[in-house]
Ligand binder design. Structure first.
Ligand SMILES: *Cc1c(COP(=O)(O)O)cnc(C)c1O
Length: 376
């Protein structure tokens, strides 16, 4: 176990509820992604939202050493956290950075998404003052209507600014359907060629996230931006790739109670014992990022047996039904999310039960449960 920001300055695991990250799974996943992408395509590993809950600083080396050549994050705050740990890794901010903070982007040598001339001028001006060059990728709006410009004039003007290294150009697919994707891609390539014919040049061109990476190899261009895939979360439909879920979420039983038939347990006594029932209290709750609506259909796995969550999930604890597991003991290992084998709930199944997607299930796991890195 390595000491990290989740270990509270202590090199012991200070809680029974913790998140285990298999770094060899992460390394294998990025290797396979890089192999799929091929020699001529760079992989930007998307580790925003603290590496989808996996701990961005702790997973970055495994990714950079096994195939990634860029690290993508959503915000300046995330970029700075990585930069404080890694002075040399190329770091890219996929989102907007407010003008008042652009000096930090330049000072810390971080590559910034730019979608307007005004923003580019500001960066150029800051870079000029400090005798540097600011690295940017221009974001093109091809239909998602989140961030990006559609104006070739604006792109050409950005390219002509001093002290600005326009390293790349990119867009993002809405994944609304094959036809919609194709239209977005064509709009993107048309804008690129118009800009190139007017003197712009871009080292990196990219539009593919995890799903596009696997399902639409024709959109790889010369860089891909997988997030979910790195963690072994499979959202694709047509293609396939060998990736393995890296995260599991575990705990241990704090206490066991025998509840007589008809008696309630937990807030509001929402649950009442339908018969004499043994229940276990487990020290994880919604403040650890476990969805509150898991009380409908949610379960944990103890000694290979599925134990349904009962009653209302509390902030720090929840209760499960031990019917079918008469020999369970306090201190027993509890699998909250596993890989789906041995009756455990995979991230995929958790997303279905909580009526959300896999990325939300992992990225919402809060900072409170310590991260434990295995197979380093
Ligand atoms: C989050 C994000 C990605 C990665 O998305 P996944 O679906 O997890 O692969 C890629 N590009 C952009 C712009 C993003 O915001």
């Amino acid at each position: 176990m390595e000491s990290n920001k989740y270990t509270n300055g202590c090199n012991r695991i200070v809680r029974d509820t913790c998140v285990k990250i298999d770094l060899s799974a992460m390394a294998g996943n990025i290797k396979n992604i890089k192999e799929m992408a091929g020699e001529s395509v760079d992989v930007m590993a998307v580790i925003k939202a603290d590496g989808y809950g996996h701990g961005s600083c702790s997973i970055a080396p495994a990714l950079m050493e096994h195939g990634a050549s860029y690290l993508g994050v959503a915000t300046l705050s995330e970029a700075l956290e990585l930069r404080n740990t890694y002075s040399d890794y190329p770091i890219f901010i996929l989102g907007h950075t407010p003008d008042r903070l652009l000096d930090l982007v330049v000072e810390k040598n971080i590559t910034q998404t730019v979608f307007s001339l005004a923003q580019a001028e500001k960066l150029s001006e800051i870079a000029k003052k400090s005798g540097r060059s600011a690295k940017i990728h221009i974001k093109v709006d091809t239909g998602f209507h989140r961030l990006g410009t559609e104006s070739v004039d604006e792109i050409v003007n950005i390219c002509s600014l001093p002290n600005l290294d326009v390293e790349g150009i990119f867009s993002h697919l809405a994944l609304a359907g094959d036809r919609e994707n194709q239209l977005q891609y064509e709009k993107f390539t048309k804008i690129i060629s118009q800009a190139e014919s007017r003197g712009c040049s871009f080292r990196y061109k990219h539009i593919a996230d995890s799903i596009a990476c696997v399902d639409y190899p024709q959109y790889h261009m010369n860089m891909v931006r997988p997030g979910a895939l790195l963690y072994g979360l499979k959202g694709y439909h047509k293609g396939s790739i060998d990736v393995r879920q890296a995260l599991s979420f575990v705990s241990r039983i704090s206490q066991i109670h025998d509840i007589p038939e008809g008696e309630g347990a937990g807030y509001d006594f929402i649950w009442k014992a339908p018969q004499d029932t043994r229940i276990a209290t487990i020290p994880f709750g919604y403040a650890d990022g476990y969805p509150r609506n898991m009380n409908k259909g949610g379960y944990v796995t103890i000694r290979g047996v599925k134990c349904p969550v009962i009653g209302i999930i509390c902030m720090d604890q929840c209760m499960v039904d031990l019917t079918g597991l008469p020999d369970a003991e306090e201190g027993d290992l509890v699998i909250i999310y596993g890989d789906g084998s041995n009756n455990t709930m995979s991230i995929d199944e958790a997303a279905k039960i909580a009526q959300t997607n896999k990325n939300e299930i992992v990225s919402r796991i809060s900072a409170r449960p310590p991260r434990v890195y295995i197979n380093i």
